[in-house]
Design a protein around this ligand. Structure first.
Ligand code: DGT
Ligand code: CA
Ligand code: CA
Ligand code: ZN
Length: 590
């Protein structure tokens, strides 16, 4: 069973439980598990087959681990079968709409054949609901409004999109009276690849005035709630934003709590309880034997960590994936940061599908303070992107030679994003591959090969002595396209064996490898490289998203090739040219 299918099954369980009015935490547990599975990029089935402990996955405990195993081994989930005896499974999503309860969901199904939100949308637009008894104009309008909302809420937003929405809102709110602190917590602060909603925290002596300004934000289409210290608005894009205004003494505790993740919070709270402390969004409290509690901290986030004997943990690591143990052992990684990045090793230009010239890209990289960049336009097989054949590649080299003379301070490497053809051979003759400074290889076609064929294909490409970097290794597009079927561990092992660097592609819809897989890569001894794959000068700024995923993957500067200084990078790029000469020389001598 594929991960996507497993995730859908878990979502369905959550929906049906919700119909039955189950505990919200129970419902949320299934939704979180669904998210974990769908973002895994590695088949759960494979983990089960290998006898791995699923409880190491975020949000997967005893029960869910058993359910996942059952799903993988039998293709069914007894729990879901039981729930479906009580209500048709496909109806489950309808009850998320205000004004539709289980009864009405069944009525809509039986009378109009509506079995999904999409079908409901269609029936609404076709005016069919009005034909049903009990659905007056008012009630239909309510359903329509709520459906808009559910559709928006069901969506997750790419981090880069959320950034674009949140930055101006923060600027706007900073102009409210007496705002002393203001920041976004939640998945946004943890720099997750997507965010569900945004959780803002503020300190102000005049919360009412701040809340008023918040609810009047011009980009807000709706105010969902507006209390004295807590409010929610919905932006035009559908993104929900919560704002909590806090007293200074609780700000740090709230920042920690609302940064999450939930799994991390639960563990920290447990550690607190072991020490007789209560840790919550309100502060850190010493529990008294006689009952009651005394506040011992909460103004600063570090108070929370200090109370449980830990150093401050970077938000990107707070997923309860070992960061608490590492903090305790003093082995937290020194995470790579943007300042460590010395260059970009995958950028496109007008020679293929890029928007800007070689010179413009080089100048922009120089302005960013980079020491080097690699020009890596597509090879000929990618005809839609105007890929280069050898003749055009040579012309491009002449242009690069000219730009090298004109643009100083940044080293321009001759590279190419060479297609991995269906059989694992490369889309450029060896004599040209040998004359490139950087060879990036990638899959852009035949994405539906069997898992074995895809794995063999990529591994074969990595065995070519000219290859330096494997780009966007799983081919996923967030929210649009699943990774292709591939044994990613086999690919990573081949990369480690050949010292091929594997990419974290920083395009906001790729982020490929993902955080989880990049961490796996590091564990397998693979070097990583963070590339923007920029198709314009503007996209060079995506580096920040690649670095964020690298941090979530626990990477240090030493794990990332493009933190190397130019001479060290050159040594690495020549690592095999040197090694290759030896067998060649030996052959000549024999
Ligand atoms: P999202 O919005 O789905 O991308 O993910 P988050 O992590 O931003 O989650 P959200 O917005 O539901 O809640 C923000 C943080 O609040 C979350 O990361 C941890 C904390 N939190 C929320 N609910 C609970 C809970 O039931 N227990 C604990 N311990 N913390 C919670
Ligand atoms: Ca959130
Ligand atoms: Ca929230
Ligand atoms: Zn590509």
């Amino acid at each position: 069973m594929e991960n996507l299918e497993i995730a859908r099954t878990l979502e369905q369980v959550a929906d049906l439980l919700e119909i039955q009015g189950a505990n919200v935490f129970r419902v949320r547990a299934y939704r979180n598990a669904a998210r974990t599975v769908s973002s895994l990029g590695r088949p759960v089935a494979e983990m089960v087959a290998a006898g791995e402990d699923l409880r190491q996955l975020p949000g997967i405990g005893e029960d869910l681990s058993a359910y996942l195993t059952e799903l993988v081994e039998t293709g069914r989930l007894t729990l879901l079968d039981e729930l479906e005896k009580q209500l048709p499974g496909t109806l489950s999503e309808l009850v998320r709409v205000d004004g539709i309860g289980p009864k009405r969901a069944r009525l809509l199904h039986d009378r109009l054949g509506i079995d999904s939100l999409a079908a409901l949308r269609k029936a609404l637009e076709a005016g069919q609901l009005a034909t049903l008894r009990g659905f007056g104009a008012k009630s239909i309008e309510r359903i329509r409004r709520s459906l808009d909302e559910v559709e928006a809420r069901g969506r997750r937003y790419r981090l880069a999109d959320a950034d674009q929405l949140v930055r101006p809102l923060l600027e706007y709110l900073r102009q409210a009276p007496d705002v002393e602190a203001l920041e976004a917590a939640g998945s946004f602060r943890r720099r997750m690849e997507t965010v569900g909603d945004v959780d803002l925290l503020a300190i102000s002596a005049r919360p009412a005035a701040v809340m008023r300004r918040f609810t009047r934000y011009p980009d807000a289409v709706r105010v969902e709630a507006a209390g004295t210290t807590r409010g929610t608005i919905v932006l035009r894009s559908g993104l929900h934003v919560d704002l909590r205004i806090l007293p200074r003494r609780a700000y740090g505790a709230a920042l920690h709590y609302f940064t999450g993740s939930k799994a991390h919070n639960i563990e920290i709270r447990r550690l607190g309880l072991e020490r007789g402390l209560r840790i919550s969004e309100y502060g850190v409290f010493q529990l008294k034997r006689a009952g009651g509690a005394r506040r011992i901290g909460g103004a600063r986030e570090a108070d929370v960590f200090r109370a449980v004997g830990l150093p401050w943990i970077p938000p990107e690591l707070r997923e309860n994936r070992g960061e608490i143990e590492a903090a305790r052992a003093g082995t937290l990684p020194h995470l790579v940061d943007e300042g460590d990045i010395r260059g970009d090793l995958q950028v496109h230009t007008t020679w293929s599908d890029g928007r800007d010239s070689v010179e413009a890209m080089a100048r922009a990289c120089a302005t960013l303070g980079y020491a080097y960049l690699a020009i890596t336009d597509h090879s000929a097989a990618v005809t839609v992107a105007g890929g280069l054949d050898p003749a055009r590649l040579e012309r491009q080299w002449r242009e690069i030679a000219g730009v090298r003379r004109r643009v100083r301070g940044v080293k321009i490497l001759r590279g190419m994003e060479v297609d991995i053809l269906r059989d694992g051979t490369l889309d450029l003759p060896d004599e040209y591959l040998d004359r490139l400074d950087v060879v990036v290889v990638a899959v852009h076609s035949h994405r539906t090969l069997s898992r074995t064929a895809m794995t063999d294909r990529i591994v074969r490409a990595l065995e070519h002595p000219a290859v330096d970097i494997l780009a966007h290794p799983t081919g996923r597009l967030i929210g649009e396209r699943e990774p292709y079927a591939v044994d990613i561990d086999a690919v990573l092992e081949a990369a480690a064996a050949r010292d091929v660097a594997v990419e974290i592609n920083a395009q906001p819809d790729r982020l490929d490898l993902s955080d989880i897989l990049a961490r796996r890569a590091r564990e397998l001894g693979v070097r990583l490289v963070i590339d923007t794959d920029a198709h314009s000068v503007d996209q060079l700024r995506y580096m920040t998203y690649g670095v964020a995923q690298a941090r979530r993957a626990w990477l240090e500067a030493g794990d990332v090739v493009n933190t190397l200084e130019p001479d060290a990078l050159e040594r690495w790029l020549n690592r095999r040219r040197r090694a290759r000469r030896r067998p060649a020389a030996a052959k000549a001598a024999s």
